[in-house]
Design a binder for this molecule. Sequence first.
Ligand SMILES: [Fe+2]
Length: 438
Amino acid sequence: MAEAVEETRFWLKDNFAPVFEETTATDLKVTGQIPQALNGRLLRNGANPQSGESMHWFLGNGMLHGVEIRGGQANWYRNRYVRTPLFLDTDADVMSSLNDMSRSAANTHVIHHAGKILALEEGHWPFEVNDELDTVGPHNFGGKLAGAMTAHPKTCPETGELISFAYGMAPPYLTYHRTNAQGEMVQVEHITVPGATMVHDFNITRNYTIFMDLPAVWNFEGLAATGLPVVWDESYGARLGVMPRNGTDADVKWYEINPCYVFHPMNAYEDGDRIIIDVCRMEDTMKPGSNSPPLLYRWEIDNVAGTVKETQLDDRSVEFPRVCDTRVGLPYRYGYTAAFAGGMPYAEGIMKYDMVNHRSDYHDLKGGQGSEPVFVKNPAGSSEDDGWVLAYVYQPEINRSEVVIVDAQHMDQDPVARIHLPVRVPAGFHGNWVPDGY
Ligand SMILES: [Fe+2]
């Protein structure tokens, strides 16, 4: 393994290190008052290599963490590996499983759609789990999903559709999927792009899907330097592809943009002839020697003029952007992000951005190390920010984690509740609130 990778193996240290025990805890101490309106589970996924070793932060076996909350009580905490064929083959690593869609690390995200909870990773099929985090099995939409599926599908709040895509190292390099509200995959569409790139996420609006084809190019020469078969190659160019949501490859309009990398957009929406996309933008990724911070930017695509305007919105290093589920792809006012601690990918605080009035609020985690903040709307509320921000937070002094519940309209105040867990939850990737009756 290259020295550069050895030196930066942060993902095996401190609270990034894996945990090996699967815990079920039902007697959870709570400080404060859990809102009665919260009835469901806060789930989160992350890479947790069962061998204790992995070449890259993105490659460990998926482990789900969950806390069930109902009627003002915290019922349980559970953590479970996602039991995929890759997990069950204890000698294998994910690089040996690139062409077998069932051999997923299933480590990146967890969502619910059409009555199923799915653990996702972008190189393989989704894996279904039940609401106590036990693995059901791979889910390929009745055979309609031949290849992989992104870990960042979008559920349209107006139609209930699940919009997704996949990228491949061999043609087809990009494939679009549309799944209806009942869970039936109704469209699979190959999209023409110049080559194989790592496409981590994408955007939807009410009428459009917007792909991000950026110069993180698949190349096994990248393995030695970064631990992933990806190289930064600006000669590939960078472009956004705008396609009607129900359109085809022939309908895609491509717009050149400045080379950059975006793991995660905050949201996108239409404004007349323009499409607004807010993203956590980095100057590059997988570029040896570079540690470019993710910064909040806005892209404004003018579909008439054929231009993209790029504006930096903040100079703070932020990632894991989220919005209210009912505003995905629609005009929105509030976004929530992790405020990164120095160069490390965990939160020292939680940002709330008011995208209309151009201001932000900050929730200081006071030495805690937070994960992606998940906004959960108050079912009885009306305004977009009437709800709570939930996150797993590691407390280094006691080597344990907690779930914090912050009133989204009072980000500067202490959490309204903290659910104390008997173990630590390693720093990980993405998660979701799965309400009762999902
Ligand atoms: Fe992601």
